[in-house]
Design a protein around this ligand. Structure first.
Ligand SMILES: Nc1nc2c(ncn2[C@@H]2O[C@H](COP(=O)(O)OP(=O)(O)OP(=O)(O)O)[C@@H](O)[C@H]2O)c(=O)[nH]1
Length: 329
């Protein structure tokens, strides 16, 4: 089991968060938006996944040791699976909590390497058929998150990887890196996630992160109209300078705060449709549509094998079964 937050500074120092867990079966259809119940959940939550190694803990229990930081260079392009393995091993050498993520002091901290139960876990997840030649997940996807500070990028990633939420999370410095492996159809997909800092002083670093990415999640805060405006600048930049076939996803975060909404869901959806982007309203706080967002990204990233993913056109969004029952939006 692995978990880990961290940061990268403008000087190229970066942190790593690492985790793995199972997300269940294939999404089936589209529609639902934040807070609307949409039938029975079709994806097991992290809590009820059977991930060996105790990746997911019961709610209320203290988080596992989390946070890894290591010193490295930002990505200069997509890397091979073998390099990713090395990257992970390197990252296991030190740890940092999410509360510490902006503290330069933690960047040099180290702790004993954390043992990974990757192979055991993969076997339990589905057997050798899911393994790639090198024994790891069969697909890797670099995903990067962008936007202004405070929209909830880190919280989304933290929710996805660790299924936790920290209301006092610190601003990201530079960027942080985390991983999570999910099952999609008959494969294990490993997400390698760059969470970039939203503060203006780190703006110039963005190209280093999106150049090597297969997908970009541009997050806005539904309670702040200006974040929806800046989102369009990111879309434009990605269109001009990003990888040609990068999958773009737009996430309207904080949909638990619907009472103070400034961005209409319909407007955002229409815009997303106009640029052929994935769209979803999320709540990192209430764990709404976070897994679904990543699963849809996984679905849209072109497969390199001869068996392209099958299934419907959309994906089914749902309220996470692990969440409180109160309505969101
Ligand atoms: N109500 C609510 N608050 C959220 C949600 N997601 C994040 N927040 C809060 O928004 C604030 C900013 O969250 P972050 O995840 O640090 O935002 P960020 O976009 O990563 O910010 P930078 O790291 O500075 O780029 C924190 O106080 C979070 O607790 C959400 O879904 N709902």
């Amino acid at each position: 089991m692995e978990t880990h937050p961290g940061n990268a500074g403008a000087n190229g120092l970066l942190g790593m968060r690492d985790g793995a867990g199972l997300v269940g079966r294939t999404p089936e259809k589209s529609v639902p938006l934040c807070g609307r119940p949409h039938g029975e959940p079709d994806l097991p939550s992290p809590q009820n996944s059977d991930s060996p190694g105790g990746q997911w803990r019961p709610r209320g229990e203290a988080p596992p040791t989390r946070g890894r930081s290591h010193q490295d260079s930002p990505p200069s392009g997509r890397r091979g699976a073998g390099e990713e393995e090395e990257e992970e091993e390197s990252a296991r050498k030190s740890e940092v909590s999410p509360q510490q993520k902006s503290s330069p002091a933690v960047l040099g901290q180290t702790s004993p390497p954390v043992r990974t139960d990757r192979h055991k876990w993969i076997k339990a997840a589905g057997g050798p058929a899911l393994l790639s030649q090198h024994g790891g997940p069969s697909r890797f996807a670099h995903v990067v998150l962008f936007q202004d500070t405070g929209v909830g990028k880190s919280s989304i990633v933290w929710r996805f990887v660790e299924d936790s939420f920290d209301p006092n999370i610190n601003p990201t410095i530079g960027a942080s890196f985390m991983t999570k492996t999910v099952q999609y159809q008959n494969e294990l997909h490993k997400f390698l996630i760059w969470d970039t800092a939203g503060q203006e002083r780190f703006r110039a670093l963005a190209p280093m992160y999106y150049r090597g990415s297969a997908a970009a999640i541009i997050v806005y805060d539904i309670t702040k109209e200006e974040t929806f405006s800046t989102l369009k600048n990111w879309v434009k930049e990605l269109g001009q300078h990003g990888p040609p076939n990068i999958v773009v996803a737009i996430a309207g975060n904080k949909c638990d705060l619907v009472d103070v909404r400034e961005v209409m869901e319909r407007d955002a959806k229409d815009y997303a449709d106009s640029i052929h982007a994935i769209f979803v309203e999320t709540s990192a706080k209430n764990a709404i549509n976070i897994n679904e967002l990543f699963i849809e990204i996984s679905r849209r990233i072109p497969s390199t094998d001869t068996n392209p993913p099958s299934g419907g056109k959309g994906f089914k969004l749902r309220r996470q079964p692990s969440e409180p029952k109160r309505s969101c939006c």
